[in-house]
Design a protein around this ligand. Structure first.
Ligand code: G6Q
Length: 542
C-alpha cells in the first residue's frame, strides 16, 4: 500500500502537537496573546476572516501549512488552473475557474482555449436576459414574461436557488422566480399553481438532460403549458434549456437556438456561474452577474497566488482538517447572519459533502483517516433559539463558521445592530463560556450551578464583508469552493466525481415497474424492501 498522508512526518507532527494542545482553553490562548484577535485574521477583497477563536497557535498553523505542502496542494491547484484532467475517474478537467476568467485570459483544454467559449455563452445569456427583462421577449400570445421557473436538481438547482434569493435586493422585482427540483409532484404543483402560463418561462437546467427528476418535471411543465396554450409552437417561446447535451435537448423539443451551453469540465455543484445561472442573470441582470463573476475571479486569483499561510480558502481548509482529523469533529455548522443567505448552508452542504464524501484515495485505496465533514446550518439568529443549545452545552465539538455583514441591504429600524450584536456575541460565548466561579458569583442556587456553566472552548471562524453584494457573494462562494478543494487535496481524494449517487438511481429504475405493473411482480429484493413495496402497492390502490 502506498504511503498515505496520515503516515507522513507532517501528520505525525500534528498528532503530537494535538496531544500537547488539545486541552488548552481559548481563554488561555487569548490571555497568552492578547493581540491574536488582530493578528490571526486575513483580508482579501471585501472578505475579512477572523480565525483567532480557533484552538490553534502559530505553531499549529505552521504544522498545518507543512502538511499542505507535503500533500502537494499547491501543485494540484496549479494543475487545476492549467486545465489538467484532475477528475481522474471521469477523465475530465476541472475548470469552474474558467467560467469567471476575464476575456483576455487563456485556459487550454485539449489544446483549445476555453475562455472565448465562456464569453460567447455569457454574451448570449446576457442578450436573452435583457430581452426577458425589457419585455421584448414575449410569450406565445404576445404577453410579457413575468415568471421564471428553473427546473433542475442538485447542482442545477441549489446554486441558482441560493444566489437568486441571496441577491434578491438586486433583482427586478416585477419578475417572479420559482424553483422546481423534487420529483414529488407537489413541488411542481406549488411552484406553478398561481402562475399564468402565458407569462411563464421554464428554464430546464440539466447538464446531462437525462436526469429522471428534471425530465419528469420538464415533461409536466410542457403539458401544463400546452393544456393552456394548446399550440405546440408555444414551447419555443416558453422553454429554454441549459445543458451540455444538444441531442437530448433537441429530442425534448427545445430548439437548440434556445439552448445555453456549458461543458463537461464544469461539475454540477460548481456550475451556477455557468449557463446554469441563467435564472440568476435574468433576476439581477447581466451587469450584476458580471460583478458576481468578478468576485469569484478575485478569490480565484487570491487562491492561485497567496502563500498558504495567507491564503483564505487554504487556511480555512486546514483549520477544518485540524478539527476533522485530529479533534474528531464530525460536523461543521455554517451560520450566516443574513436572511438572504437562507439557502447558503444547503448549497455548501452539496458542495462539500458531494465533493469530499469519499473513502478511497485517488488511486483507489481505502483511506486511513476521516474525510469530508457533515455540513449543516441555518441563518442566525433563528438557530440561536433552537440548536445552538447543543453547540454551547452539548457533548459534541462543532466548529462553526459565522458569516455577517456590516451594512444591511435594507435599513429597517435598528435591526442591523441587533443582528450584528448577536453575530459577535455567539462566537464570544462559544469561545470563552462562563465558568463555575462566574455562575456562583451571580448568587445562583448551588443545585443550579452545573446547568448554567458554559465550558466554552468551542471554535469558530467569523467571516465579514461590508455588504452582501453580487461581488461579495462571488468571493464567498469561490472561497468555499477552494476550501473544499484544499481539503480534498490533503486527503488525496477525487473531489470532483460523485459515484455515490449512482446505486440508488439504478435501484429506483428497477423498482419503478414493480410499483406500476398491474400484475403482482416477482420481487427479488431483501425481505425489508420486498415488504415495503408490497405494502405500498396495497395502500396505493386501496
Ligand atoms: C453535482 C452532481 C449533481 C447534478 C444533478 C443534476 O455535482 O453531479 O447534483 O448536478 O444530479 O444533474 P443534471 O444537471 O445532469 O440534471
Amino acid at each position: 500500500m502506498a504511503q498515505q498522508i496520515a503516515d507522513t512526518e507532517e501528520w505525525k507532527a500534528l498528532d503530537s502537537h494535538f496531544s500537547a494542545i488539545k486541552d488548552v482553553h481559548l481563554r488561555d490562548l487569548f490571555e497568552g496573546d492578547p493581540t491574536r484577535g488582530e493578528t490571526m485574521v486575513l483580508e482579501t477583497g471585501d472578505l475579512y476572516l477572523d480565525y483567532s477563536k480557533n484552538r490553534c497557535t502559530a505553531e499549529t498553523v505552521e504544522l498545518l501549512v507543512a502538511l499542505a505542502r507535503r500533500a502537494g496542494v499547491e501543485q494540484l491547484r496549479d494543475a487545476m488552473f492549467a486545465g489538467a484532467k484532475i477528475n481522474i475517474t471521469e477523465d475530465r478537467s476541472v475548470l469552474h475557474v474558467a467560467l469567471r476568467a476575464p476575456a483576455d485570459e487563456r485556459i487550454m483544454v485539449d489544446g483549445v482555449d476555453v475562455v472565448p467559449q465562456v464569453h460567447r455563452v455569457l454574451d448570449s445569456m446576457g442578450d436573452f436576459a435583457n430581452r426577458v427583462r425589457s419585455g421584448s421577449w414575449t410569450g406565445h400570445t404576445g404577453r410579457r414574461i413575468r415568471n421564471i421557473v428553473n427546473v433542475g436538481i442538485g447542482g442545477s438547482d441549489l446554486g441558482p436557488r441560493m444566489a437568486t434569493v441571496a441577491l434578491a435586493d438586486f433583482a427586478d422585482r416585477s419578475l417572479t422566480n420559482r424553483f422546481v427540483s423534487n420529483v414529488d409532484g407537489t413541488d411542481f404543483y406549488e411552484a406553478t399553481r398561481d402562475l399564468d402560463p402565458e407569462e411563464t418561462l421554464f428554464i430546464i437546467a440539466s447538464k446531462t438532460f437525462t436526469t429522471l427528476e428534471t425530465m419528469t418535471n420538464a415533461r409536466t411543465a410542457r403539458s401544463w403549458l400546452l393544456d393552456a396554450l394548446v399550440d405546440e409552437g408555444a414551447v419555443a417561446k416558453h422553454f429554454v434549456a441549459l445543458s451540455t447535451n444538444t441531442d437530448e435537448v433537441t429530442k425534448f423539443g427545445i430548439d437548440p437556438a434556445n439552448m445555453f451551453e456549458f461543458w463537461d469540465w464544469v461539475g454540477g455543484r460548481y456550475s451556477f456561474d455557468s449557463a446554469i445561472g441563467l435564472s440568476v442573470m435574468i433576476a439581477i441582470g447581466p451587469q450584476r452577474f458580471a460583478e458576481m463573476l468578478a468576485g469569484m475571479h478575485a478569490m480565484d486569483e487570491h487562491f492561485r497566488t497567496a502563500p498558504i499561510e495567507a491564503n483564505m480558502p487554504m487556511l480555512m481548509g486546514l483549520i477544518g482538517i485540524w478539527y476533522n482529523d485530529f479533534f474528531g469533529a464530525d460536523t461543521v455548522a455554517v451560520l450566516p447572519y443574513s436572511q438572504y443567505l437562507v439557502h447558503l448552508p444547503a448549497y455548501l452542504q452539496q458542495l462539500d459533502m458531494e465533493s469530499d464524501g469519499k473513502s478511497v484515495t485517488r488511486s483507489g485505496e481505502r483511506v486511513g483517516y476521516q474525510t469530508g465533514p457533515i455540513v449543516w446550518g441555518q441563518p442566525g439568529t433563528n438557530g440561536q433559539h433552537a440548536y445552538y443549545q447543543l453547540i454551547h452545552q452539548g457533548t459534541k465539538l462543532i466548529p462553526c463558521d459565522f458569516i455577517g455583514f456590516a451594512q444591511p441591504n435594507q435599513v429597517v429600524g435598528d435591526h442591523q445592530d441587533l443582528l450584528a450584536a448577536n453575530l459577535f456575541a455567539q462566537p464570544e460565548a462559544l469561545a470563552f463560556g462562563k465558568t463555575r466561579a462566574q455562575v456562583e458569583a451571580e448568587g445562583v442556587d448551588p443545585s443550579q450551578v452545573p446547568h448554567r456553566v458554559f465550558e466554552g472552548n468551542h471554535p469558530t471562524n467569523t467571516i465579514m464583508a461590508t455588504q452582501l453584494t453580487p461581488y461579495t457573494l462571488g468571493q464567498l462562494v469561490a472561497c468555499y469552493e477552494h476550501k473544499v478543494f484544499t481539503q480534498g487535496a490533503i486527503w488525496n481524494i477525487n473531489s470532483f466525481d460523485q459515484w455515490g449517487v449512482e446505486l440508488g438511481k439504478q435501484l429506483a429504475q428497477k423498482i419503478i415497474p414493480e410499483l406500476q405493473d398491474a400484475s403482482e411482480p416477482n420481487l427479488a429484493h431483501d425481505s425489508s424492501t420486498n415488504a415495503l413495496i408490497r405494502r405500498y402497492r396495497r395502500q396505493r390502490t386501496s
